[in-house]
Write a protein that binds this ligand. Structure first.
Ligand code: ZN
Length: 409
């Protein structure tokens, strides 16, 4: 029954003069927020009969869901794969700094490391909400060590492992603790991978295929056992071949179970993937594209030498290589740069570029009812952007946690 009594005494904030990304379109609509959630204004008008406590004029900005980075190895001098006694200050620093790049939640990523590193680092990381302290942590992404020697990329060969002896038990012994793990990247051609994929999936952990020489049927089998993601498509896998397109073939495979969708990560930094390849992937399977930074410690720093787990990396501009080689080793691009590059390289719509960094990673992790959209009752994690997709301000749970110096509301 309608009532004029407020269901909550918390203040209602109305963001006006904006275009909000909703139902895959930018719409001229206000955004209403209360108690950290996006509010349905109709309920407010008709049921509660109360106006907003505060109106903020967004001066024509775009409002989009906060970005979600599911593959980030560190940044600003911090390398998540370095086993220090206390990894929390480093994680906090990165969580804080990525707010200015529009990232409101992320999956700290560890590259292939010795078991001692996992045993030391993993118990120190926990899932936590974002806020003034920084972006939220959705869980860890473990990339390796169960990957292919031939496609190891920047991962140290001496640390690679298999699970042919004890399957899932081998994986458990290596990682030690899976409590905070959200994604595991593995090579599906490894013996007993089906068992491992099933076990991880049943625990709600997303399995991603990467650093692999799998052919298409091995990749399809992995998807049929529960894998839903491809780690940095095109990089560290067999190149597309028309008679066996390998993992890349999953984008147009007809062997994907009906209730399942395959997502794929793209490092859209202008270096890891040629724009034409980015366009091929996007046109073949637009709804699966997830922008990731794959950023390393050098992101946000001047050129020079940095680490990536056990390896030393040389960074020069947007290029970063394992020292003394031409092996690419993660990127130093920020998420907002990747979104803008993707928009430009594919000539897609602004909505499409924004959703590749918000809705799609949320769907991949199965959290689209909380994050990655501006639907009613979801978390009020959002960004104010100008028309060229430069971030003006970042909000988490309705609080402004970062804003550009020159931008005021
Ligand atoms: Zn990788």
């Amino acid at each position: 029954m309608p009532s004029n009594k407020s269901v909550s005494d918390a203040p209602v904030v109305q963001f006006t003069n904006c275009r909000i990304l909703k139902n895959h379109k930018l719409q001229r609509e206000d955004l209403w927020v209360r108690e950290g959630k996006i509010l349905n204004p109709e309920k407010l008008f008709f049921d509660e009969k109360i106006p907003a406590d505060l109106q903020l004029n967004c001066k024509g900005s775009i409002i989009a869901p906060g970005f979600i980075d599911v593959q980030i190895n560190g940044g600003f001098g911090v390398d998540f794969s370095l086993a220090t006694d206390d990894v929390r200050p480093g994680i906090s620093l990165v969580s804080q700094k990525i707010l200015s790049h529009g990232v409101t939640s992320f999956c700290p990523t560890l590259v292939t490391s010795p078991p001692s590193v996992y045993h030391k680092v993993l118990p120190q990381i926990s899932v936590r909400n974002g806020g003034f302290h920084g972006a939220g942590i959705l869980g860890v992404h473990l990339e390796g060590p169960f990957i292919s020697k031939e496609k190891k990329g920047a991962h140290p060969e001496q640390c690679l492992r298999t699970f042919e002896e004890g399957a899932f038990q081998d994986l458990l012994a290596t990682y030690g603790c899976l409590d905070c793990v959200r994604i595991v990247t593995l090579a599906p051609e490894m013996k007993r991978s089906s068992e491992v994929i099933q076990e991880l999936t049943s625990r709600g952990i997303c399995v991603s295929l990467g650093h692999s020489v799998a052919n298409l049927s091995q990749a399809e089998e992995a998807v049929q056992h529960g894998a839903t993601f491809i780690t940095h498509l095109f990089n560290a896998m067999l190149p597309f071949h028309h008679r066996d397109p390998g993992i890349v073939g999953l984008l147009t495979s007809d062997q994907i179970p009906i209730c399942q969708q395959v997502f794929y990560g793209m490092i859209s930094d202008g270096i890891h993937t040629n724009p034409a390849a980015l366009r091929i992937a996007h046109r073949a399977h637009p709804k699966g594209l997830v922008l990731v930074t794959d950023a390393i410690a050098g992101m946000g720093l001047a050129p020079g030498k940095h680490t990536l787990g056990q390896q030393v990396v040389e960074m020069d501009g947007l290029n970063s290589y394992i020292a003394g080689t031409k092996t690419l080793s993660g990127s130093v691009a920020t998420m907002d740069t990747c979104v803008r590059h993707f928009l430009e390289a594919t000539d897609c719509t602004v909505e499409t570029a924004l959703e590749a960094a918000s809705l799609h990673p949320a769907q991949l992790l199965g959290i689209e009812h909380q994050k990655g959209t501006l639907d009613y009752d979801t978390d009020a994690d959002f960004l104010l952007l100008d028309d060229r997709l430069h971030i003006q301000a970042t909000y988490i749970a309705g609080d402004q946690v970062w804003r550009r110096n020159t931008f005021t509301l």
